[in-house]
Design a protein around this ligand. Structure first.
Ligand SMILES: Cc1cc2nc3c(=O)[nH]c(=O)nc-3n(C[C@H](O)[C@H](O)[C@H](O)COP(=O)(O)OP(=O)(O)OC[C@H]3O[C@@H](n4cnc5c(N)ncnc54)[C@H](O)[C@@H]3O)c2cc1C
Ligand code: FES
Length: 291
């Protein structure tokens, strides 16, 4: 096993030990769908709240006393730092605990951790953002950034897929982004229910509907493991270079900053080398991994 080293350790946020969860208050809760909610959190300490900064794609470790911790991506606008959104899908032990939180409840937060989306490197290129299900959460801060600095990017396309129209997260914003036309938004569902009149099929099938300039496009992908794999290979088949395809990965986390080895992925630690990786960095590991 690769030994994590102390050189991975990031600068402590505001001089505070990165092991120590900071108290945050649940400011508000937005229901996204039947099993997913967005928690707007505010650091209780006002000085820390003013100082807290993050980059799109980074995550925090959220801690519920008596239950435990999990890595959750930051899903809000990186320039609205007073509150920090985390969108959580209820699937197991920690996330069930989260779903029982009420407004004004206090939990712990450590972070921000991890590498961000390559928004600076993407300037001057077209951008394709591809996500499935809850995978839109870590991409949402990148979308806010792109919309704020729209002139820095070429054509921007968001491809989003989920099981049914009811499974969409940020449904209102998807509509706003579509209407504003600053970016092209294409949403597909596996099962068309209700009055859904949009595309039906897996999210990668939307690639047939767009033109990708292979030598001039930056790709950012976040979804379930199988989607990350299929999407990355699809972009390579469209001749997008592997070092312009970025994928955000999930692994079980413990420390969050390269000390425990819990999130090891081949020769990488997802918490510090990722969660956002260039596909060229991880293609070998992807190829060996069981689906
Ligand atoms: C960098 C990073 C960012 C993350 N961002 C988010 C985020 O923004 N929102 C979010 O909800 N989660 C996110 N996760 C996943 C999160 O950390 C937890 O692993 C996940 O929420 C499950 O925790 P749990 O304790 O509730 O489930 P567990 O008790 O660990 O698992 C219960 C069951 O659910 C299954 N399961 C576990 N994780 C998932 C999953 N992601 N999808 C489907 N089934 C699953 C397990 O296989 C198991 O069968 C992120 C993970 C990483 C590493
Ligand atoms: S090394 Fe501890 S979570 Fe990554």
């Amino acid at each position: 096993m690769i030994q994590p080293t102390s050189t991975h350790r990031p600068e402590p946020f505001c001089g505070i030990d990165t092991w120590m969860p900071l108290p945050v208050r649940v400011h508000s809760i937005t229901r996204e769908n039947f099993n997913t909610q967005t928690y707007r959190l505010q650091l209780v300490d006002q000085d820390l709240r003013r100082a807290y900064r993050w980059a799109p794609g980074q995550f925090n470790m959220l801690y519920i006393p008596g239950i435990g911790e999990a890595a959750i991506s930051i899903s809000s606008d990186p320039e609205q730092t007073d509150a920090i959104d985390h969108t959580v899908r209820t699937v197991g032990y920690f996330t069930r605990g989260m779903s029982k939180m009420d407004v004004n409840g206090i939990i712990g937060l450590r972070g921000p951790f991890g590498k961000a989306w390559p928004l600076r490197e993407a300037e001057g290129t077209d951008v394709v953002l591809l996500s499935g299900g809850i995978g839109l959460a870590p991409l949402r801060p990148a979308i806010y950034h792109i919309l704020r600095y729209r002139a820095r990017y070429g054509r921007v396309v968001l491809l989003y897929g989920c099981r049914s129209p009811e499974d969409r997260i940020y449904a209102d914003e998807l509509t706003q982004w579509t209407q504003a036309a600053d970016i092209d938004v294409l949403v597909t569902v596996d099962n068309a229910t209700g009055d859904w009149a949009g595309p039906v099929g897996v999210v990668t099938s939307l690639l047939r509907r767009i033109k990708v300039s292979a030598d001039h496009t930056t790709v950012m992908v976040c979804g379930p493991r199988i989607l990350n794999r299929v999407a990355a290979w699809n972009f390579l088949q469209l001749h997008v270079p592997a070092d312009r395809v970025y994928v955000s990965l999930e692994r079980n986390m413990n420390c969050g900053f390269g000390r425990c080895g819990h999130c090891q992925y081949g020769s990488k630690f997802v918490c510090v080398d990722g969660p956002v990786f260039r596909f060229s960095e991880i293609a070998d590991i992807f190829a060996k991994e069981e689906i």
